[in-house]
Write a protein that binds this ligand. Structure first.
Ligand code: KIV
Length: 275
C-alpha cells in the first residue's frame, strides 16, 4: 500500500476505508512510530501509511524503563508535532497508561483531546475484552480506534516483563478473544505484539480488520517498528527487529568530527564565516 512517490504521497491521505480495502486486497500496511515534526515529514514523504506517536516515547525519547510514566499532556504534545509533518499518513495517538482505564467517560474525553489538540485522526489503546466498552464509547464519539493485544507494555507488571504471549493454550485463547473483542467493539485495526507467528496468522485470518504486527511474524496485514530500532538509534533491540540504518554511528561520528575541528580551530573556516 505504501509504494508511492513523494509527489503522490501528498495527494492521497490514508483513510480508515483505504486501510480496510488494503486488507481485502492483500496489500501490506506500513506503520512507524514518530515523535517529532522532522521524522514525521521524512516518513510521510517516504510513503509510510500510518504514523503512531507511541507511548514508547517513554523509552526512546524520555529514557524511562517502562511506558507507564508517560503523561497525556506529553503524548498530545508529541502528537501535535507529528501531525504538523504528516500530509499523507494517518496520524494515530497512543493513549498513555491512566488515560483510559479509569472510566469510559474519561477515555472519551481524553481521546477527544488527541483529535482536537493533537491533530490525530485516530487513537490506539491496549487491551481486549477488558476495554471493549471503552473502545465502543470512543468509536461512538466518531474517533477511530486501533486496538493492541498480545504483549501489551502497559501490562508489564501483570505479565512479569516484556514476555512473548500466546505460548500456552490459555494465553493463546486470551489473545484470540482479545483481538475478536477489539474488532467487535468497532476498532478499525489491531496491533499484534510479541506472539508466535502461527498465532498471529490465525488471528489475521479470523478478524476482518487489519492486523499490524510487531514481533508477530510475516502473516500480519501490516508491520510496525519503533523508529529508533529501525534507524539504529537504540542501545538495545529485541531479536525481531531489523535495523535498516545505523544513524547512531553516523551521529556519533559527526559529533566527533565537529569536536575535532573545533579543538583544532578548523571550524568555522572561511567558507563558513561572514564577511
Ligand atoms: O508505543 C509503541 O511504540 C507501540 C508500538 C510498538 C506498536 O505501541
Amino acid at each position: 500500500m505504501s509504494t508511492v512517490t513523494a509527489e503522490s504521497a501528498r495527494e492521497h491521505r490514508v483513510t480508515i476505508p483505504l486501510l480496510r480495502r488494503a486488507k481485502r486486497r492483500g496489500e501490506k500496511i506500513t506503520m512507524l512510530t514518530a515523535y517529532d515534526f522532522t521524522f514525521a515529514q521524512i516518513f510521510d514523504a517516504a510513503g509510510i501509511d500510518i504514523l503512531l506517536i507511541g507511548d514508547s516515547l517513554g523509552n526512546v525519547v524520555q529514557g524511562q524503563n517502562t511506558t507507564l510514566p508517560v503523561t497525556l499532556e506529553e503524548s498530545i504534545y508529541h502528537t501535535r508535532l507529528v501531525a504538523r509533518g504528516a500530509h499523507r499518513a494517518l496520524v494515530v495517538g497512543d493513549m498513555p497508561f491512566g488515560s483510559y482505564q479509569v472510566s469510559s467517560e474519561d477515555a472519551v474525553r481524553n481521546a477527544i483531546r488527541f483529535v482536537k489538540e493533537g491533530g490525530a485522526q485516530a487513537v490506539k489503546l491496549e487491551g481486549g475484552t477488558a476495554v471493549f466498552d471503552t473502545i465502543a464509547r470512543i468509536v461512538a464519539a466518531e474517533i477511530p480506534v486501533m486496538g493492541h493485544v498480545g504483549l501489551t507494555p502497559q501490562a508489564i507488571h501483570r505479565m512479569g516483563g516484556h514476555r512473548v504471549q500466546g505460548r500456552t493454550e490459555a494465553s493463546r485463547q486470551r489473545v484470540i478473544d482479545d483481538a475478536q473483542a477489539v474488532e467487535d467493539a468497532g476498532a478499525f485495526a489491531v496491533v499484534l505484539e510479541g506472539m508466535p507467528v502461527e498465532l498471529a496468522q490465525q488471528v489475521t485470518a479470523t478478524v476482518s480488520i487489519p492486523t499490524i504486527g510487531i514481533g508477530a511474524g510475516v502473516h500480519c496485514d501490516g508491520q510496525v517498528l519503533v523508529m529508533h530500532d529501525l534507524l539504529g538509534l537504540s542501545d538495545w533491540t529485541p531479536s525481531f527487529v531489523k535495523q535498516y540504518a545505523n544513524l547512531g554511528a553516523l551521529a556519533s561520528q559527526a559529533a566527533r568530527s565537529f569536536a575535532e575541528d573545533v579543538t583544532n580551530a578548523k571550524f568555522p573556516d572561511e567558507g563558513h564565516s561572514y564577511r
